[in-house]
Design a protein around this ligand. Structure first.
Ligand SMILES: Nc1ncnc2c1ncn2[C@@H]1O[C@H](COP(=O)(O)OP(=O)(O)OP(=O)(O)O)[C@@H](O)[C@H]1O
Ligand SMILES: [Mg+2]
Length: 479
């Protein structure tokens, strides 16, 4: 059994700081442990279950960077947050590159600590609910699986050709595609295959940042720029200097910010919030969206001039149902991946099961396929994955309408007595659809806050997370 409270380890050689952080985090409902230096911290990690590590950077014996590396080796999905004395960009960049979740500059602001801790623990929850998320290693350069992207279908061949041509250029790329089609994978592939690969790859999820924090998050702020700005802090653009900035879910960016972004794109310069100095950066921008930006332009919510600036090289990722011939390759890839991760030795997939997998509609695209293969591997007790190891909706083909683009709506299902599905299957499909709609509505109403949505739906948070995973609904980062 895991302890009920989240366990945080604070490592710092200053007793005062340990005391202040422990008191604050304790008040916020966490169980806090402390260590005086990296060595003691590491020893503690070996013996105890810890959900989040907060560590000072400069310490005697084992320093924060060493602790970070060792902690990540031990458990790559456990977030580590660094405390840095003056928030020097170099240290912060180095830490983020090594895999730190975020950093906080000293002297710190209580609210900042609260936000970062919450965000880090949320990511941790997601990572354990979906072991494949955010902890998957960056794709290998080159190699037989070309950019870490699997597929042989014509659209993927075309993608390879584009990547080869544009990866090592400073050109802005706009990646579009449904959820789970590999947008982030492609963004990382662009970075890894450019001469910027040794510089930072910084990701910003535009949907996760509250509107009024967006500017300071992207461009940084000077001390005293607003209440709580007790020290200056570089923004994501500065952190990405010399490297790549990945603006995920760009369609969510508020209109005021669009103007500011446009200026950086045009002039490669900006000012920190509350700052007067103009900062020049060399950053390669990659943006992604699962929205139809042309439609947003027509609706007046996305600036046309910004769109053209971003859309220099468009990459549209196909839905998995539009490249079904890749399904067997992807399955083989994921079987190998999860064999290694779960210490299994599944040899492959029975033809019947593969047929089911190949005809499913895959509304959650490759992420959904990946989850299904992982689950099947866990269930499989034979040498190969059998039809029985697959979830009911894939076995029964509840959403398998080959060639169709979406699972049948509840109404369609109910009105289609001539389909081969029996009453039970139809009811089941209709129920899933209803469940999905209700959950999506609750999440929308609570701006993606799972805890609040669960309360609205009168189920537990864990229960909602499980349901969301089952229905392949993505959890948004907290705001
Ligand atoms: N062509 C591919 N080959 C191998 N793995 C892939 C491929 N495309 C996607 N994946 C895997 O599928 C998962 C989802 O991909 P990714 O996170 O890049 O999607 P996304 O388009 O950013 O999704 P979202 O819109 O939900 O953020 C990841 O684990 C990724 O590694
Ligand atoms: Mg993504």
């Amino acid at each position: 059994m895991l302890p009920e409270k989240k366990q945080i380890l604070v490592v710092d050689d200053e007793a005062n700081l340990r005391r202040v952080l422990s008191a604050q985090l304790g008040r916020d409902g966490y169980e806090v442990h402390t260590a005086e230096d990296g060595e003691e911290g590491l020893a503690f990690l070996k013996e105890h279950h810890i959900d989040l590590v907060i560590t000072d950077l400069r310490m005697p014996k084992v320093d924060g960077m060493d602790l970070l590396r060792a902690a990540l080796r031990d458990d790559p999905s456990r977030p580590v947050v660094l405390l840095t004395a003056h928030g020097t960009v170099d240290n912060a960049v180095e830490a983020l590159k090594t895999g730190a979740f975020d950093y906080i500059t000293k002297p710190f602001d209580q609210n900042e600590v609260r936000v970062v801790v919450k965000k880090a623990l949320r990511t941790r929850d997601l990572a354990s609910a979906d072991a494949t998320r955010d902890v998957s290693p960056a794709p290998l350069r080159g190699g037989s699986d070309r950019f870490g992207i699997i597929g042989e279908s014509p659209p993927i061949q075309e993608l390879y050709a584009i990547l080869e041509r544009v990866a090592d250029t400073p050109t802005t790329v706009l990646i579009s595609g449904e959820s789970g089609t590999g947008k982030e994978l492609v963004a990382r592939a662009l970075h890894e295959n450019s001469s910027r690969r040794d510089r930072p790859f910084i990701k910003v999820n535009c949907a996760a940042i509250p509107k009024d924090l967006m500017e300071s998050e992207l461009f940084g702020y000077e001390r005293g720029a607003f209440t709580g700005a007790v020290a200056s802090k570089p923004g994501r653009f500065e952190l990405a200097s010399g490297g790549t900035l990945f603006l995920d879910e760009i369609g969510e960016i508020p209109t005021e910010m669009q103007v500011k972004l446009l200026r950086v794109l045009q002039e490669s310069e900006f000012e920190r919030v509350g700052g007067i100095k103009t900062i020049h950066v060399d950053v390669r921008l990659v943006a992604a969206t699962n929205r139809d930006l042309k439609r947003e332009i027509a609706a007046g919510t996305f600036r046309e001039d910004l769109f053209y600036r971003l859309n220099v090289v468009p990459i549209a990722l196909p839905a998995l149902r539009d490249r079904r011939s890749d399904i067997p390759h992807l399955c083989a890839h994921f079987v190998a991946k999860f064999n290694a991760r779960l210490k299994k030795s599944i040899e492959g997939i029975e033809p019947e099961a593969l047929e089911s997998l190949s005809s499913h509609a895959w509304p959650g695209n490759i992420r959904e396929l990946e989850n299904v293969v992982e689950r099947a591997l866990l269930f499989a007790d034979g040498a190969r994955i059998r039809l029985d190891d697959l979830p009911e909706e894939i076995r029964s083909g509840a959403t398998s309408t080959p060639g169709a683009s979406l699972p049948p709506a509840a109404a369609d299902t109910a009105l289609a007595p001539s389909t081969p599905d029996g009453l039970k299957e139809q009811v089941k499909a209709a129920m899933s659809k209803l469940e999905r709609d209700l959950i999506e509505r609750a999440l929308k109403q609570t701006h993606g806050n799972v805890t609040h949505a669960a309360r609205l739906l009168k189920i537990s948070r864990k229960g909602l997370q499980l349901k969301m995973k089952e229905l392949n609904l993505r959890e948004r980062d907290p705001e």
